[in-house]
Structure formats: C-alpha cells, structure tokens
Design a protein around this ligand. Structure first.
Ligand code: HEC
Length: 184
C-alpha cells in the first residue's frame, strides 16, 4: 500500500474540508431557501391589503355582480329546459364565492352556509331535470341572498337590504340562445 506523504495528506485534508464546507454551505443555502419559500407562502396565503397584489383582488361586490348574472343565465337556461346551461351557471356560482372566503374572510361565516345549502339544492334539481324542484330551490336561494343582504353591511351601507334579489324579468344577454342546440 502506498504511504501517504505529508503533501498528499494535506491535499487530501484540504479537499475533505472543502467538501465538508461546501456540503455545509449547500445545506444552509437549502435551509435559507426553505425559509424564504415559507415566508413567501405565508405572505401569499393571508390577505394583506398593504400589498398591491392582494389589494387589486376583487372583493365581495364584484363577485356579487357575477352571482347576479349566473343566477340570471341559470333561470333562463332552466326555463328553456337547457339543463346543461343551468348546471354550468351553478358551477360558476360555486367558483365565484370561494375567493370571497380568501379576500374577505369575515364574509365566510354568512356566505358559506348559504353556498353549501342553496347551491347543492339547485344542482340536485338541475341534474334531475326537475323544473318544479328547480324553481323551489331557486326561490329559496334568492331568499337566502336577501336575508344575507339584510344582515350584512357593505361599503357605506349598514345593511345591504337595499339589494333585493328577485326572479329575473329579462335575460341579461340577448345574444345567448337559451334553448341551446336541441331545438334546431
Ligand atoms: C354573505 C351573504 C350574502 C349572500 C348569501 C349574498 N350576498 Fe350579495 N352582497 C353581500 C354583501 C356583503 C354585499 C356588499 C359587498 C361589498 O360591500 O363589497 C353584497 C352585494 C350584492 C350586490 C351589489 C353589488 C354591486 O357592486 O352593486 C348584488 C347585486 C348582490 N349582492 C347580489 C346577490 C345575489 C344575486 C345573491 C344570491 C344569488 C347574493 N347577493 C347573495 C352579501 C351576500
């Protein structure tokens, strides 16, 4: 076996130390990266109005406008027996309430019970293609809109009762054929 000379030994020790140091630096860089990732996750996961990216997110009111049009399309789809169209609109209603829980946390306590009761009832009626059940679920859902409005403040208003939701009297979009393709 070859004996290790002093120079070779010190070179070996140097390489060993360098490897150890770089492993250490690698680990500490990974640890630093990990805490940066965690800090970013924390910032991105909790609403903070001081941060522009959060501040530009739509709050409750724009989502309510979306709900209003989904409920309008849904009504006319169901009335025309276009259950696919109606089904899509409930799906959109479900999707549009979820971000409110994130950006306006205080609304969750009143909005979620409505969303988890009213929307599944609509889905059930739509999937059964049951017009009577649909109308009942629809009327109950908008009753829920109104009782939540009566109990909620918004912007300068102490109560959102000013916004009374009813069955629609006209479609919002004249360029949608609510009957869909089936009666061609
Ligand atoms: C959390 C309970 C709650 C439920 C359920 C609810 N709303 Fe609202 N709605 C609010 C609040 C709160 C505001 C005011 C939002 C704000 O201040 O940004 C509002 C505002 C509105 C507005 C006014 C938006 C504007 O910018 O002019 C409309 C329209 C509206 N809602 C429609 C509906 C419809 C339609 C439904 C049911 C399909 C519904 N809402 C269900 C709480 C609710």
């Amino acid at each position: 076996m070859k004996k290790l000379g002093p120079i070779e030994f010190s070179r070996g020790a140097f390489v060993g130390a360098a490897l150890l140091a770089s492993a250490y630096l690698g680990i500490s860089a990974a640890v630093a990266q990990d805490s940066v990732d965690k800090a970013i996750d924390a910032k991105m996961s909790k609403y903070d109005a001081k941060l522009p990216l959060w501040a530009i997110q739509p709050g409750t009111a724009p989502r309510m406008i979306e709900l209003t049009w989904y409920f309008n399309n849904m009504w006319y789809g169901a009335q025309a027996g276009n259950w696919d169209l109606a089904r899509f609109e409930v799906y959109r209603a479900e999707e549009t309430v979820k971000p409110i829980y994130v950006v306006r946390q205080k609304r969750e306590a009143t909005l979620k019970p409505w969303a988890e009761y009213a929307l599944p009832a609509l889905i059930k009626a739509i999937e059964a293609k049951d017009k009577k059940a649909f109308v009942k679920a629809y009327d109950e859902a908008i009753e829920g809109c109104n009782s939540c409005h009566a109990a909620s403040s918004g912007g300068p208003l102490k109560s959102m009762a000013a916004f009374k939701i009813t069955r629609p009297k006209a479609p919002m979009f004249s360029n949608i054929d609510f009957k869909g393709p089936k009666e061609k």
